[in-house]
Ligand binder design. Structure first.
Ligand code: FES
Length: 67
């Protein structure tokens, strides 16, 4: 089994590779591909997945906003 990799993209979602399983708040499995993007801006209409809304709200990663 491959190790799951999670990368916080600059001012965007969490990019997750080699996903084995993703559970919802009731511990029910969500249908996912091997590679997914998870929302971290809170504005997606398709949570927990990113729908691109971070661009519309100009989401800035706190650690990057000091640039
Ligand atoms: S990170 Fe993309 S919609 Fe929230």
């Amino acid at each position: 089994m491959k190790k799951t990799k999670i990368r916080a993209t600059d001012n965007g979602p969490l990019h997750v590779q080699d996903v084995n399983e993703l559970l919802d708040g009731l511990s029910q499995p969500l249908k996912v591909e091997n590679e997914i993007w998870l929302c971290r801006c809170g504005c997606s209409k398709n949570k927990p997945f990113c729908d691109g809304s971070h661009n519309k709200v100009n989401f800035k990663d706190e650690s990057r906003s000091k640039d």
